[in-house]
Write a protein that binds this ligand. Structure first.
Ligand code: MTE
Ligand code: HPA
Ligand code: MOS
Length: 766
């Protein structure tokens, strides 16, 4: 439903076009698709062991169970038994060896979901156990690497450390994070004529799904059509891993020539899918007597899980964001992607950036405590300004780091609040408050330059209404509303005339995943290109219609077509009908490739990002020192949105990102035991922020900036950067604990769960 506001305004706070359908339950998700007659259900039988050799597998009893149509194993795959995106190192169905608990071994296909479920326990499997590795440091010691080690360097850290007044070293750890999209993974495959398939998939990455299914079945990609209406959340979890479920449904549909649905239950999804990569890291930081960072070294041990998945790319972004927003002249960062016997970990909002930034913040906090300064003093003294060159060679322009910081300190009264916290802590024995600042700087563009491209397809129908297709996937981030706004502004028509089509590989091919926060920039600029082409043609028609000169400018605004100095006007609908009768093409394909970006992996130097996003968060919390429980009192942010195209949606992205970041840093704890079994395997054992635990105050201020020419209509990318404000919650809590017990033993280990807080409150550093 298009509201009144939307038909009038286009560049302002347009409500999400999905809002009404969402709250009335009319939005369509994968499992809402009308079912075809004869649809079958597929269930995965997954490995009960984390590492071992499959000695025997017997599914004869299951195959004879009621309703079972067929059971597939690796032997039934006609093409490539691989779902790996970056490296072909992950089988769809394991064969002789299993590498993680939850790894698919067989696919049961039945007339009903219940029948498939009932047959699962009838499968017998014997696995000869092999040693299980769950720790990335151990994997590294044993030489288990998923990809070659990478290093970013600038200056000479060794020489610089020698001249530092302060040198501190230590370790930092961050845990995994379950995506917990409201809609689980899933796919629904339909066999079509001529050996073709259509796959409805809950994926952020249509091209990867299409390519994986095609190669699996030894088909050309042209025989596999992938369609996505929307996702009930992806958060990176469906960037590459959706291919697993699509491949399962596709394999069965192709063999059986019947439609097949494969949608896991929540616990299956949690057990079988990868999560945010946990990291264990070491750092060394050197500063001069004035608190300027002269040198920083870090070594990251990324827990990649059993296959590469996206981990090598995630590792790269850790390196890009290893120094966060600080101007450090001498930097050496080294990152290892380590193979463990866990489900392959994957993209998660921030894509390795948050993991890198946490280590930097831990090092700074460590140094500040040693120097007897508030951490925010050191942060502020080291904020980067224009002209600083990152370790990866890109030079900073349009830095908003200081502007965001100063505005946050001013607007939210840092000095007064500091005094208030001190006074509160003096007056209260059993409750302590803590606060922190968290500045961020996040690079926008896929770090793999090739992926920074997009296309859009636009049709104008006879009645003047418009069909718009892009490569963008709507997953709750409001991309469809933004695309609609861009097209409406470019064409000068009411948004109500435009319909966003489902994302489909036949309409828009070769898409990059909707990821890297770059979806609006890339697809929006492709929409602009398509609109520009159509406008160019329509303007020629308009000049004739209005009797304007051949080179006269034409305006189309609010559906009215005019030319300065000409006193006739016409409307959009008439213009379109005239174009039709003149046989002018009213369809266009737009294309966009981000200009000016490049990166050389041999030298590890280049200009990988179109621009950076900045901001600063001020976080306050209160710890109950008897129980270890805590509340986040407030998160106050000044964020650089550029010229926001949709402040309502951007604010929502900011709030959601912050809460998700706080969850990662505080209560969300992914636990695997030594045998590689996921212990936090349901919502009873894995806790995410709810309405009661979100910050009591969440205040986001839009910094006034010009935006960036490579951002869509100068509206900067917003999807991922705010998540990193959540890191501030860790340090605020740490400060509150230290206010209670200055000698508390509190390593830089996230998440800061209430259990960890309680133990720390009554601990003593040796
Ligand atoms: N917001 C919602 N509601 N649901 C999501 O799945 N994914 C996040 C972010 N915000 C996500 C979200 C992630 S990981 C990314 S990369 C961006 O949205 C992707 O969309 P964008 O490129 O349009 O920002
Ligand atoms: N960000 C998010 N997803 C990605 C990236 C990236 O830089 N590269 C490949 N997939
Ligand atoms: Mo987001 S992690 O780039 O899907």
């Amino acid at each position: 439903m298009i509201t009144e506001v939307q038909t009038k305004t286009t560049g302002a706070a347009v409500p999400n076009i999905d809002a009404a359908a969402h709250v009335t339950g009319r939005s369509l998700y994968l499992d809402d698709l009308p079912m075809l007659d004869g649809t079958l259900y597929a269930k995965i039988f997954d490995s009960p062991a984390a590492h071992g050799i499959v000695r025997r597998i017997d599914f004869s009893r299951a195959a004879a169970a009621p309703g079972i149509v067929r059971i597939f194993s690796a032997a039934d795959i006609p093409g490539a038994n691989n779902i790996g995106g970056i490296f072909p190192d992950e089988p769809l169905l394991a064969d002789k060896k299993v590498l993680f608990m939850g790894q698919p071994l067989l696919l049961l296909v039945a007339e009903s979901e219940e029948a498939a479920e009932a047959a699962l326990p009838l499968i017998e499997v014997e696995i000869e156990p092999l040693p299980v590795i769950t720790c990335p440091r151990e994997a590294f010691r044993k030489g288990e690497l998923l990809s070659p080690t990478r290093s970013f360097r600038t200056g000479d850290t060794e020489a610089a450390f020698a001249s530092c007044a302060w040198v501190l070293e230590g370790s930092a750890e961050t845990g995994g994070q379950e995506h917990l999209y409201l809609e689980t993974h899933g796919a629904y495959a339909w066999p079509l004529e001529n050996d073709s398939l259509r796959i409805y998939s809950s994926t952020q990455g249509l091209r990867h799904v299409q390519e994986t299914v095609a190669h699996l079945l030894a088909l050309g990609m042209h025989r596999v059509e992938v369609d996505v209406t929307r996702l009930g959340g992806g958060f990176g979890g469906k960037e590459d891993q959706a291919a697993l479920w699509a491949s399962m449904a596709g394999l069965a549909a192709w063999h059986l020539r019947r439609p097949v649905k494969c949608i896991p239950h929540r616990m299956e999804d949690m057990r079988m899918s990868g999560k945010r990569n946990p990291y264990k890291s070491d750092y060394r930081i050197g500063l001069d007597a004035d608190g300027r960072i002269l040198a920083f070294e870090a070594t990251y041990y990324q827990n990649g899980g059993a296959a590469a998945d996206l981990s090598p790319a995630i590792l790269e972004r850790t390196l890009f964001h290893g120094t966060n927003t600080y101007a450090i002249p001498n930097v050496t960062l080294t990152a290892h992607s380590c193979r463990t016997n866990l489900p392959p970990n994957t993209a998660f909002r921030g894509f390795g950036g948050p993991q890198g930034m946490f280590v930097m913040e831990a090092a700074l906090d460590h140094a500040a405590k040693a120097m007897g300064l508030p951490t925010f003093e050191l942060q502020r003294r080291n904020l980067m300004t224009d002209g600083y060159t990152f370790s990866y060679g890109q030079t900073v322009t349009q830095s908003a780091a200081t502007a965001c910081w100063e505005e946050a300190a001013d607007r939210f009264g840092l000095t007064e609040k500091q005094a208030k916290v001190a006074a509160f802590n003096k007056a209260n024995a059993w409750k302590k408050k803590g606060f922190s600042l968290m500045p961020i700087c996040f690079g926008i563009s896929f770090t793999n330059t090739m992926m920074n491209q997009a296309r859009a397809l636009l049709h104008v129908y006879w009645d003047g209404s418009v069909s718009l297709s892009t490569g963008a996937v709507e997953m709750g981030q409001g991309i469809n509303t933004k695309m609609l706004q861009v097209a409406a502004l470019m064409l000068g028509i009411h948004p109500g005339r435009i319909k966003l089509e489902s994302t489909n590989t036949t309409r828009v091919a070769n898409t990059s995943p909707s990821a890297a926060s770059a979806t609006a920039d890339l697809n929006g600029k492709a929409v602009e290109d398509a609109c520009r082409q159509i406008r160019g043609r329509l303007e020629m028609v308009a000049r004739e219609l209005l009797g304007a000169a051949e080179d006269a400018p034409v305006e189309i605004r609010e559906e009215q077509v005019s030319s300065p100095g000409v006193d006739t006007t016409t409307d959009w609908a008439t213009l379109i009908r005239t174009a039709f009768s003149k046989r002018i093409n009213r369809s266009a394909k737009g294309h966009y490739a981000t200009p000016d970006i490049h990166f050389d992996k041999k030298t590890e130097k280049g200009h990988p990002f179109a621009y950076h996003v900045y901001g600063t968060a001020l976080t306050h919390c209160t710890v109950d020192c008897l129980r270890g429980t805590y509340e986040i009192d407030s998160v106050e942010v000044v964020h650089d949105f550029g010229q926001s195209i949709n402040p309502l949606i951007d604010l929502g992205q900011c709030e959601g990102g912050i809460v998700q970041g706080i969850g990662w840093m505080t209560m969300e704890e992914v636990v695997y035991d030594e045998s590689g079994r996921l212990r936090s395997n349901a919502l009873s054992t894995y806790k995410i922020p709810d309405i009661y635990s979100v910050p009591k105050v969440l205040d986001v201020h839009f910094l006034e900036t010009e935006g960036h020419r490579l951002a869509i209509r100068r509206s900067k990318a917003v999807g991922e950067p705010p998540l990193m404000y959540g890191i501030g919650a860790f340090f605020a809590l740490r400060n509150a604990v230290l206010a209670f017990n200055p000698n508390a033993d509190l390593p830089y280990t996230a998440p800061m769960t209430p259990e960890r807080v309680l133990m720390a409150l009554y601990s003593n550093k040796a």
